[in-house]
Design a protein around this ligand. Structure first.
Ligand SMILES: [Zn+2]
Length: 220
């Protein structure tokens, strides 16, 4: 990449199990993007030994974090990224106020979303993938587990990877249902006000990645 080109800012949509985390990691490496996820930002702030950090922790334990707090944390984290580095964004826009806030924050920082991808996958395939997932207890990296192996060591940080306890079929189905009902409104908003690029997420990981890269190459 040439140095004087504006950094790429990419947003991903896709249900749990769509493989968007894996794709985001690969894209972030390829284009030197700072990968940001709303959940990770929340957990980071909740660990801080400040009054606000403790409030966030309490709110998370209670299962509801006010949108204004999330917006504040989002903006703070975005501001920390070097302006020459692009952003790889996930899960910042599950509901309408969130996507509107995202556009506002980016505008304030003189950034725009260059590509908005929806990694689309059938519920059946998403479920298949989710029941095989494990998460690193330290860095929260998500990996695919062999059916026999329930525990292994994280290649990134050496932490222990465990099968996610919330990954039983009922909770997965509920999560997908929630995703469809909340996200359809947001996706329509993007279709009407911006451009949503749909990628077939039912393919092998490498082919999904190829589709994304080819789209970017052909639509600069
Ligand atoms: Zn790890």
């Amino acid at each position: 990449m040439t140095q004087n080109r504006k950094p790429l800012n990419i947003l991903f949509f896709g249900p749990s199990g769509s493989g968007k985390g894996t794709q985001a990691e690969m894209l972030a490496k390829k284009y030197n993007l700072k990968r940001l996820q709303s959940g990770a930002i929340l957990r980071k702030w909740a660990k801080e030994e400040t009054e606000f950090g403790r409030k966030v922790q309490t709110a998370m334990n209670e299962g509801f974090v006010p949108s204004e707090w999330i917006f504040k944390m989002t903006e703070d984290e975005f501001r920390k990224v070097d302006e020459k580095q692009g952003l790889m964004l996930e899960n910042f826009s599950r509901m309408l106020p969130e996507i509107k806030n995202l556009y506002n924050v980016l505008k304030k920082l003189n950034r725009k979303l260059d590509y908005i991808f929806l990694i689309d996958i059938s519920d059946e395939a998403a479920i298949q993938r989710m029941v095989k997932r494990g998460t690193c207890q330290e860095c929260e990296k998500v990996v695919v587990l062999d059916s026999d192996i329930q525990e292994l060591v994280c290649s990134d940080c050496g932490g222990i990877i465990k099968k996610r306890e919330d990954e039983n079929l009922k909770s997965i189905e509920k999560r997908l249902k929630d995703y469809h009902s909340k996200t359809s409104e947001v996706l329509d908003y993007v279709r009407n006000n911006d451009k949503l690029i749909e990628i077939d997420g039912n393919q092998e990981v490498e082919n999904v990645f190829k589709d994304i890269i080819n789209y970017i190459k052909n639509n600069k």
